[in-house]
Design a protein around this ligand. Structure first.
Ligand SMILES: CC/C=C\C/C=C\C/C=C\C/C=C\C/C=C\C/C=C\CCC(=O)SCCNC(=O)CCNC(=O)[C@H](O)C(C)(C)COP(=O)(O)OP(=O)(O)OC[C@H]1O[C@@H](n2cnc3c(N)ncnc32)[C@H](O)[C@@H]1OP(=O)(O)O
Ligand SMILES: CCCCCCCCCCCCCCCCCC(=O)OC[C@@H](O)COP(=O)(O)O
Length: 412
């Protein structure tokens, strides 16, 4: 083990990273709170400021992945769709199998310049997590209780609010609704069987209502769906603690781009693909090629949209099978390079907060008061326990019981 690796694995280094993240995060949360009156005066300006404040927090986690752990992220996609990424609003559909899949998603957001503005349909419980959850409140993240009777109205309303968002964003949807575990997989395949759907090997059965409501409410605001499939090399199951330990992983992300909708109803679909190319790609040399999926191609009818999504997941499953067999996704690699901004932001907060910590410690030691020193130690322990609890939110073993309950087999 080299000296740098040894340094990264030390508890003290990790404690410092967590301290900087937590304190800077709380400062940013406070600044976000201060923007509240501005919402009444200029909503768009308040949103733009919050995008930048949010970036200060989320980019620290991206910096930890890219610069501390040195994790590499490879993108497999269509070079012709590539210039659109980050320059249009899009709905991203991603598999939910890994503890740090959200962080890899963030990394791609960072590389395409949409990190501060990126959105997600997140479970309500995450809104209570200090720093990240509180930041999300100001970034107008859409929360759901995973109870459709309650969500159908609130989710639609929150999505409507995003229609006039001032900067480009990616809206992330984990249609599986929860992380993959063997038990959840087994139960969801029972549901698939009861619905007469083919079984999936690598995914849970997607929940279709969130996807339908998102597509319906973002029509005209988002241009496309980026169907993304993530995997890690060497069958690794990366963790946030691994990242903090400086462990390097290699993520592969496939964003599909095939002319996959040209088969069912040749005449109509061919025509719409042609118009989509005209509208979005301005490339008429190959009118049958549907690169990323334009929103116009997704059925408006709820049942048809659900069937469309189920088919998409069957195809996602085949991409994972391809990855398992060959160790790569289909298509060319067009990886965007990491940018320095996340690192610069991180170094800024490190310098500022370590300087302040140094001042505080000097004062503490020179005061010589045992009570103050003990109180400070107790405070530090509480902070580390708090951060450990936050990290626990990303751990699959500590995940929710959603999708764990057996359902009657005759459920149609
Ligand atoms: C170029 C680069 C491209 C890409 C880069 C990649 C990504 C970057 C993009 C953006 C990054 C942005 C942010 C990332 C940061 C952080 C994110 C972190 C975490 C947040 C993630 C979460 O919190 S996931 C959990 C919350 N989200 C969801 O649940 C979404 C999916 N769920 C739904 O859509 C649901 O439908 C719902 C939530 C809207 C409602 O749920 P509810 O349970 O009430 O209803 P359902 O309809 O789903 O359930 C009833 C139906 O389901 C059937 N059923 C029952 N049991 C099961 C089962 N075990 N499995 C499947 N289906 C089941 C049941 O039969 C009912 O069927 P119906 O036929 O009646 O529908
Ligand atoms: C600079 C680096 C500092 C790192 C140290 C600080 C760590 C702080 C950790 C913040 C944690 C907040 C993470 C929110 C994202 C969690 C993503 C996630 O995966 O959520 C799970 C849900 O999708 C589904 O839940 P389940 O039903 O599977 O249960």
């Amino acid at each position: 083990m080299g000296l740098v690796q040894l340094l990264k694995s030390q508890f003290l280094s990790q404690l410092i990273i967590c301290y900087v993240f937590l304190v800077s995060g709380l400062i940013v949360n406070l600044l976000q709170l201060c923007t509240l009156p501005l919402w009444l005066v200029s909503k768009q300006l308040a949103r733009r400021i919050n995008i930048r404040l949010g970036y200060c927090i989320s980019s620290q986690m991206v910096a930890a992945l890219e610069w501390w752990s040195g994790t590499e992220c490879t993108l497999y996609t269509d070079p012709k769709s590539y210039p659109l990424y980050g320059n249009e609003n899009a709905i991203v559909v991603l598999n939910h199998s890994f503890e740090i899949d959200f962080l890899c998603g963030w990394t791609f957001c960072e590389r395409f310049g949409v990190l501060g503005s990126s959105k997600v349909l997140a479970k309500k419980e995450l809104s209570y997590v200090p720093v990240i959850g509180w930041m999300w409140y100001f970034l107008e993240i859409v929360f759901c209780k995973r109870k459709w009777e309650e969500d159908r109205r609130t989710v639609a309303q929150s999505l409507q609010n995003l229609r006039d968002y001032p900067e480009n964003y990616w809206f992330l949807l984990y249609c599986e609704g929860t992380r993959l575990t063997p038990k959840k997989h087994q139960i969801s395949m029972q549901v698939a069987e009861s619905k007469g759907l083919p079984k999936l090997k690598y995914h849970l059965l997607p929940r279709t209502k969130g996807f339908w409501v998102t597509v319906q409410n973002l029509r005209g605001a988002a241009a496309a769906v980026y169907d993304s499939t993530l995997n890690f090399r060497n069958n690794e199951m990366p963790t946030l603690l691994g990242i903090l330990n400086g462990k390097k992983y290699h993520a592969d992300l496939y964003v599909r781009y095939k002319e996959m909708f040209c088969y069912d109803n040749f005449n109509n679909i061919t025509l719409s693909v042609f118009w989509c190319n005209l509208l979005y790609l301005r490339d008429l040399t190959s009118p049958l090629t549907c690169r990323r999926i334009p929103l116009e191609l997704i059925p408006e009818d709820e049942a048809e949209c659900a069937a469309w999504l189920h088919k998409l997941y069957q195809e996602k499953d085949s991409f994972q099978e391809h990855y398992t067999q060959t160790g790569r996704f289909p298509g060319p690699i067009v990886s965007p390079p990491r940018r320095p901004w996340a690192l610069i932001n991180w170094l800024f907060w490190c310098c500022l907060l370590l300087y302040l910590l140094g001042l505080l410690l000097t004062q503490l030691i020179s005061s010589g008061s045992m009570l103050t020193i003990l109180a400070s130690l107790a405070f530090c322990s509480t902070v580390s326990l708090g951060v450990r609890w936050m990290i626990g939110q990303t751990e699959i073993d500590r995940g929710s019981s959603y999708g764990n309950k057996e359902v009657p087999l005759n459920n149609n």
